[in-house]
Design a binder for this molecule. Sequence first.
Ligand code: PHE
Length: 357
Amino acid sequence: MSLNQSKALVNAKNDSYTPRTMTGLSQLQQQIEQIERDLEARWPQLTDSASLEAFRVEFLGRKGRIPLLFKKMGSVDAELRGQAGQLINALKVRVTEDFETRIAEQQAAARRQQLSTDAVDLSLPGTRRSRGHLHPMTIVQREIEAIFMKMGFDVATGPEIETEYYNFEALNIPADHPARGDWDTFYIDEKRLLRPHTSPVQVRVMETSEPPIRIICPGRCYRRDTQDATHSPVFHQVELLWIEEGLSLAHLKYVLELFTEEFFGEGYEMLFSGDFFPFTEPSVQVHIKAPGAENWMEIMGAGMVDPAVLTGVGYDAEKYTGFAFGLGIERMAMLRYGIDDIRHFLINDLRFIKQFS
Ligand code: PHE
């Protein structure tokens, strides 16, 4: 036995697939053919990563059938060894390439499977979330605030549950005053009521600050009004108050002209008619008329702040004068948008509200 032959026998012990006594190129070729037949049978079974790994270990692993063939080259005649090496190598390259292709296919199939189980149908229309928008009252209130803030007024607020004092006494409306009947409406207890106007905020601001005072106070008000197209027991006002030295009714008129032009547009006419409020003297009713329109529209009550109100908060009424007005925000919105019924603002009918998006 040659040295090579005995080596081949030693190696053959480790290889259960090869006959014990293999010599020469033809046996090697037979082995290669055997492996190729086995491969043909195995390829279709490689459907998951476990079978692929088992395949790799069996054929291509360090002790796999193909690497073991190289070890058997020693049993081939020296002059044929090169040829044997090429044959084994070609087999190895072919199987390795096929195997890698198979791995790639298996991974792609696994991904497809994953995608189909986790599938999101991107062509389905999404759940539409409608975007909200401001209520017409809020739109108009903010617009009014913006106009006056541009003129230098601050926005102040006060409580909706108000005391009799701020509602009446401090505004020069004593308990026995006939004007009180219009305003003493929704009482919470003996001393407190839902405010019927925003004028009490004037007093609260004056009590805590010194002139010059330039404020507007928007807010909700309550009155014992029966609901109809122009009356609502709940409504909104914007109060304005300007206290400084040397103010007159002319300043009020100027402020109102600026406001009317900004809010309604150019070409409006304005008319003051006499009115009465206990907290202003003189008091006026302000009317405007659209360009080309027939009728005057009343937009607010206003007047020069009564000296009694000023002295009531400790101001020197000889030194300071000022004016105030109270306008209804619903009124402004109705005029602006041509809304014919104040109840629309409270009913919350989306067909109405959506017109203002
Ligand atoms: N507070 C009055 C009302 O509600 C309006 C007003 C405010 C009048 C300020 C004059 C000055 O009717």
